[in-house]
Design a protein around this ligand. Sequence first.
Ligand code: MIG
Length: 677
Amino acid sequence: MVKRYRLGSAGAKEPVKTEAVIADIPESGSGSLFLTQKNGALEYEMPDDMIVYGLGEQTRGINKRGWKYVSNCSDDPNHNEGTQSLYGAHNFLLLSAGDFNVGVFIDTPAKVTFDVGYTRYGLLRITVADAEETAYDLYVMEAESPSETVREFRRIIGRSYIPPRWAFGYGQSRWSYDSAEEVREVVRRHREARLPLDCVYLDIDYMERYKDFTINRETFADFEQLVSDMEKEHIHLAPIIDGGVKVEDGYDVYEEGRANGYFCKDENGGDFIVGVWPGRCCFPDMLDDDARRWFGRKYKILLDKGIEGFWNDMNEPAIFYSEKRLKEVFGEIDAYKGRNLDVDSFFAFKDLVGSISNSEKDYASFYHTYRGKRIRHDKIHNLFGYYMTRSAAEAFEELAPEKRILLFSRASYIGMHRYGGVWQGDNISWWSHLLMNIKMMPSLNMCGFLYTGADLGGFGGDVTEDLLIRWLSFGVFTPLMRNHSARGTRRQEAYCFAGRTELFGGILRLRYRLLPYLYSEYMKAALQDGMMFLPLGFVWPEDEIARRTEDQLLVGESIMVAPVYEQNADGRVVYLPEDMKMLRFCGADIVEEKVYEKGHVYIRMPLGDVCIFLRRNRLLPLADSAEYTEAVDYRRPGIYAYGDAPEPYAYYMDDGRTKEYDCGRHIVYLTADRENA
Ligand code: MIG
């Protein structure tokens, strides 16, 4: 059951429509609301045994208790435990204790603070910025289990994005592959070493001086030829698109945007100018229907060249500086000249320059036209990435209605999950970020983001081969499996570590063996409003140890994973909430099968071993390995089984390209007779 409450200002002001929710839910009187409206916030006393799930792309645990989070799409590559905002803004919480499984969705693009037992462990306090001025809708859903509550929520926000099946293959990325030759070289080295690969990502340097929808013809002279040559090698190229358009006379995208008034405006009605990659930029007003349609149609330039996948970047939107703020800061710096800088003035001085990026002042100084009305950016900040991605998806629907196109974004808000996936933003080659990647998966799934993954190996910082091995060993399960790293960092392609290429190849080939299962589980989750990655507490809510397990996950209906995320560990303690059969893969091959009883067990997992725990009376389909997704034989996967009475496995398989999804037609039931274990 879902209820909607209208909260915030009592005045007549309508909430800003986000279109996160697509179901029509009648308004309930606030008398039945289980949260208390107090001190300008929503409050709730949480019993000690309550777990609070949710918040999508956020720091800390699967259980969010004990910290304070702020929904405010932020470009923060150096995030850590102290961080409160990441790239996404996902205002969904699930409170779970015994029979009480209640979901809460705060639908507002304003900043929302979730104090989940930070001020006091027993208190949940949700504060919506500007609530005295504007109204917002609060949705509350309740069902008999955590999974069913999530399903109720997902039903009202609509079906998750479905990528083409090739997007489940391995992708290699780097900021940047600087030329067509370099791209060819990356592909050649993968193919030569039998490292499977489906996609190479093009970062900003394929563009001419970072201008969206252009090609650098010096370095990518034969771009069209490159795309078609790669296609013959079964490689897809996925270029990046940035949220800002370069200010440059004669650049058609800029000229058209300016002439038609498609850019965000400053206080005086002029185009608002910020500094991002290309230097001076304008933001297309993604909220305005005409501007959004115009920007979306630009993707056609690349679609026409044979491109079938994109990633949308910098769309929090990230701002290096605004012209206005830059001027102010230069002025303020002057005031420090010749002064004795003591502890206060020194730090204030030092912070001045740092403060010009992504500054609150800038976000409060430009305007959108939304539904015919002028609205200041900070009021709708969390919608920008969502609406940018929507602009592309809506255009694809017009330009290539039959075809699935890969699309994922850096910034997001719930609702965007219908239009594209997300990658988990800039991370660092740190073990703690591998763990964060693991914990984020189920939280993102709850919020509808199924197509997701982190930059494997870490974006910033220098990777080590053991970190990359462990990260890929987890990445084999995530729908988006992409190795990506920043300029200036150590190279981390799978062939970069002398003597280890074969080991990396084994892990990548394991991914391809798992594809029938992963794709099937993904499609079922998308089509049935389910989750692909589940916390253990969703399946064993009565098992207190399972509920409190933060570093193991269920992946689909058949398997559990327990990744290693610590350097120099040779294994780890695994908790089995029921008897399970461990399948030990060394690379792509099963080298050991062993049944473990319910309870804790230490399992050795040397580098290169990936252990999968098969649940009792469940089946796992496994294909032979292949070097690209379309070479996998999806028709007759082998079956691994555990238990005397395995349930048939609902195997979803379609053509992976068109949009004829349908569980009724595309599910066949596999049984253990076909067991080859
Ligand atoms: O950090 O385009 O998150 O994946 O490689 C600067 C360059 C801008 C941020 C993205 C990252 C990408 C990078 N971009």
